[in-house]
Design a protein around this ligand. Structure first.
Ligand code: ADP
Ligand code: MG
Length: 231
């Protein structure tokens, strides 16, 4: 398994297509990104943004073409190996926080570490991450006791606990008011600069999309890459 601390990690997508029955969602998509890169995925509703994110996240197999993460095709792995690989290499933040209501904030952040037996300093790292996202005084709260923005901060801390090479976000600020959304976006970029992961986020928000170095625009199955710089 690839070291998650490896700073040379790379994502390569080659000639990727995805069909659902007769529906061709993605056609011949190719791109490659390395550590420290940020990418926004934009496009109309139904254009395949989530599908592309799920394929990159190894949750869904492409119909044709290849995904390579750090030189390995994850779909060559057995199902249990793939689950372990995904947990180590990829972090997910969804529009809806997906926190487990019966667990505390700290426990929610620790959940992805349970798959790895030898992680003596996991609690310390979780506390550090919660400090970085500004929730030191909320660690024993349940998700229901938090605001929407706070829940999304917990989701971000949970996504980063295994130091993933790739952080995937599907409309991470979609359920938040404009001010909270802007703070969450600032936080994502700040942590991205520190962690040097490959940050890929689906967003409808053009202002947010403008902050990414690269933009993948999806329309009619075709994916166009713009590299602009971002901030
Ligand atoms: P977006 O995230 O850009 O709104 P999606 O990737 O969710 O779009 O969906 C792209 C298209 O694929 C849509 O037409 C959707 O209905 C279809 N689709 C997505 N997932 C499935 C699935 N599991 N089975 C059948 N069709 C699907
Ligand atoms: Mg979607």
């Amino acid at each position: 398994m690839q070291e998650t601390t490896d700073k040379t990690h790379q994502l390569k997508i080659s000639n990727l297509s995805k069909d659902f029955g007769k529906l061709q969602v993605l056609r011949n998509v190719s791109f490659s990104f390395s550590a420290g890169t940020s990418v926004a995925i934009t496009g109309p509703s139904g254009s395949g943004k989530s599908t592309l994110l799920h394929i990159i996240g190894t949750l869904e197999e492409p119909t044709n073409g290849q995904v390579e993460i750090n030189g390995t095709d994850p779909f060559d792995l057995s199902e249990p190996e793939l689950a372990r690989y995904r947990n180590a290499v990829i972090g997910f933040v969804f529009q809806d926080h997906h926190l487990l209501p019966q667990y505390s904030v700290l426990e929610n952040v620790l959940i992805p570490t349970f798959a790895f037996k030898q992680q003596p300093d996991a609690s310390q790292l979780a506390e550090e991450l919660l400090k970085r996202v500004g929730l030191t005084d909320r660690m024993s709260h349940r998700p229901a006791e938090l605001s929407g923005g706070e829940r999304q901060r917990v989701a971000i801390a949970r996504a980063l606990i295994n130091k993933p090479n790739i952080l995937l976000c599907d409309e991470p600020t979609g359920n938040l008011d404009a001010t909270t959304a802007a703070t969450i976006a600032d936080l994502l970029f700040e942590l991205h600069r520190i962690e040097q992961n490959i940050l890929i986020a689906v967003t409808h928000n053009l202002e947010l999309a403008g902050r990414f170095e690269n933009r993948l625009k999806l329309a009619d199955g075709i994916c166009t890459l713009e590299t602009v710089g971002g901030k």
